[in-house]
Design a protein around this ligand. Structure first.
Ligand SMILES: [Zn+2]
Length: 313
């Protein structure tokens, strides 16, 4: 019998990565294109279609899973994604099914990462956990009872927009103090300008023209006190929010994914410490904080492929 596979596609603001994945989570072949070189989603999917014709080699394509920003599982549309050039509502599921003649499911990138983590990563065997993706923004995928929580409209899991300070930093969503204005690479960069510290004037960060979050982590690694202060501040805000969220979701674990999460053991330890310090007594020392075990580059493709395996029979 021919091997069953799914096609996982991760559409990002910069790159679109796609791969053929088997049930063991092995990516059998993979490729990528620049998202911005396609004027429409239709042109992009036609390109992926041409690619897969040369790759299947007798394997049985069971379904297609797509992770994309602002992708709504229920409507099958990408809805007003700020990081993509395709504006408005894009009926991605319908477009893909028309081109491939194969059942397609779509969801946002953080939800896809959560499913990938449950099938192939640090959350194998878990039925209740929250995947937190720390990138340009902060995304989350919530798994409860072994199922992804989509919510009433398919928009659940906007953990990045839980406010931790109602007089805090202004967020792109128009509200104040959203978690992602602190705990994301953009938040870390904002901290350079906004935070004060006795050693700030001596910090390398104040000499860089366009510092990145990686610059902050590198400087902290090189014992720069201001950079270390920023990392602590970021970890404290994230830990505080994780403690709050535990109170209504009672997860077994939080799994942190993305560049900031991978930046070092001390960040993870600080997040854990601050979470425990703020945790309601009944949950203390029960909730794990783990690093993603999905290889950074392939995680989104694995997640999207896992979505197809889970949802398409
Ligand atoms: Zn917000």
């Amino acid at each position: 019998m021919s091997e069953k596979v799914t096609l996982g596609i991760d559409i990002g603001g910069t790159n679109t990565v796609f791969g053929i994945v088997n049930q063991n989570g092995e990516i059998l072949s993979e490729s990528s294109v620049k998202t911005k070189s396609f004027a429409t989603a239709e042109l992009l999917m036609k390109e992926v279609y041409l690619w897969i014709q040369t790759q299947l080699d007798g394997k049985l394509l069971k379904g297609i899973g797509i992770g994309a920003p602002n992708a709504n599982y229920f409507s099958g549309c990408i809805e007003f994604a700020p990081n993509l050039d395709w504006k408005g509502k894009i009926p991605l599921k319908e477009i893909t099914e028309r081109i491939f003649h194969i059942e397609t499911v779509i969801t946002n990138d953080a939800n896809a990462a959560a499913l990938g983590e449950m099938m192939y990563g640090a959350a194998r065997g878990m039925t209740d956990f929250v995947e937190i993706t720390l990138g340009t923004g902060l995304g989350s995928g919530v798994i409860a009872g072994g199922k992804l929580i989509y919510g009433h409209d398919g928009l659940a899991g906007e953990f990045g927009h839980i406010s931790i300070d109602r007089d805090g930093r202004i967020c792109g969503c128009g509200r104040n103090g959203c978690l992602e204005t602190y705990a994301s690479s953009t938040g870390v960069i904002r901290s350079i300008a906004l935070l004060g510290h006795p050693d700030k004037s001596k910090s390398i960060l104040t000499t860089l023209e366009n510092p990145t979050a990686k610059d902050v982590f590198d400087a902290a690694h090189n014992e720069d006190p201001f950079a270390q202060f920023i990392i602590s501040y970021t970890a404290e805000n994230l830990g505080f929010a994780l403690a709050n969220f535990a109170a209504f979701s009672n997860p077994r674990a939080y799994v942190l994914f993305g560049g900031i999460a991978q930046s070092g053991a001390s960040f993870l330890e600080k997040v854990k410490h601050e979470m425990e310090r703020n945790m309601l007594t009944i949950y203390q020392n029960k909730v794990e904080v783990l690093l993603s075990e999905l290889h950074d580059q392939n995680a989104a493709v694995l997640g999207a492929a896992a979505l197809a395996f889970q949802e398409i029979s």
